[in-house]
Design a protein. Structure first.
Length: 95
């Protein structure tokens, strides 16, 4: 079990490390405002497939927290990234 966890950590580190190179290549071809939603869509589909394969039953959050999660996702990353890509300087707030 511990070897499996380390394998996933290595894969995560490799993907994280390739991210700047990938972003540099992709932003030469596409607008950053197009890349952000596509990135989240692709990751959501991959996670959904993994959860279906592993027969995970409780992968949806409670309905009362969906609005909060949506607002956190919308304002947390895409809006800040969009402003930063337009050379606005918006500090990230850590609560």
């Amino acid at each position: 079990m511990q070897h499996k966890a380390y394998s996933f950590l290595i894969i995560a580190c490799l993907l994280w490390g390739f991210q700047p190179v990938t972003i540099k290549i992709v932003t030469q071809e596409m607008n950053i405002l197009t890349i952000i939603p596509l990135r989240f869509l692709i990751v959501s589909i991959i996670l959904f497939i993994i959860m279906k394969i592993t027969n995970e039953k409780n992968f949806l959050p409670p309905k009362k927290s969906l609005l909060t999660l949506f607002l956190m996702g919308f304002f947390g990353i895409p809006v800040v990234t969009a402003f930063n890509s337009q050379d606005y300087n918006i500090p990230l707030l850590v609560i």
